[in-house]
Design a protein around this ligand. Sequence first.
Ligand code: GSH
Length: 265
Amino acid sequence: MSEGKPVPHRLITLAFSHYNEKARWALDRYAVPYREEPHMPFVSSLAVAVATRGRGGAADRASSRYSTPVLILNDGRVLTDSTDIVRFAAHRDGSFFPSGEVTELVDHYGDQLGPYTRLLAYWHLGRHSGMIEQLAADNVGRREAWLFKRIVPLAGSQLTRALNLTESGHDRALARLRQELDDAASRLDHRKYLCGDQFTAADLTFAALLAPGLCLTPEEGFGAILPDRASLDDEAQALIREVRTHPAGQFALRVYAEERRRVLP
Ligand SMILES: N[C@@H](CCC(=O)N[C@@H](CS)C(=O)NCC(=O)O)C(=O)O
């Protein structure tokens, strides 16, 4: 009897989120069969609660226990953290997590870079009327986009509280983002990738978690739809320009161009 196609795993996402992009990228890279179930904020947490029968995962510095991505494996196991999903996808590739240095950087970017770029993205999103509704229309099903439109005012005030979207929160995130960019650039001074001569989980994590600052497009490899750069105000465009022209931003763009669509056997 011939073996059928493997049953795809279920990937529950907050569609446009960079942690989710990190998981998607690793699953795509290692040709892991999966079906994405894309959601908007809050609906994603509800979807995680339903899919995990209320259990969720573990809360961490960056998220609650109902955060995404969540991968429901076709054998019933559940992975509730983006790094666990990357490790699962890359388990046959010993060169992807080759050292403690790579693991430390992956954790560092998850704890630091991810929250800074997220805060800045939501900060600017909140200053563009109608944009989050457009993100819903572009990234999730029609019914959820319709529903989300009705809870936008509630979602906005919850996000403001949960992410500390204040002037001082913004200034701190911007300063920290600049520091992360400079630190990455100095690592890249004499090497091709963040930890040496080969592309590792640290590079994937850095590029994916920087994606909101680069405002990447699907043509550039991003696995969801971010706002159209041309429709952003001057301040947001200036930030994206700054990130894109920084040597570390240039590195992330290069890594997207060279590695995001690469599929390993
Ligand atoms: N440690 C988590 C962080 C993921 C994370 O922060 N996910 C956000 C999307 S940007 C989320 O779903 N937040 C909703 C929540 O925390 O309830 C991971 O790397 O998987």
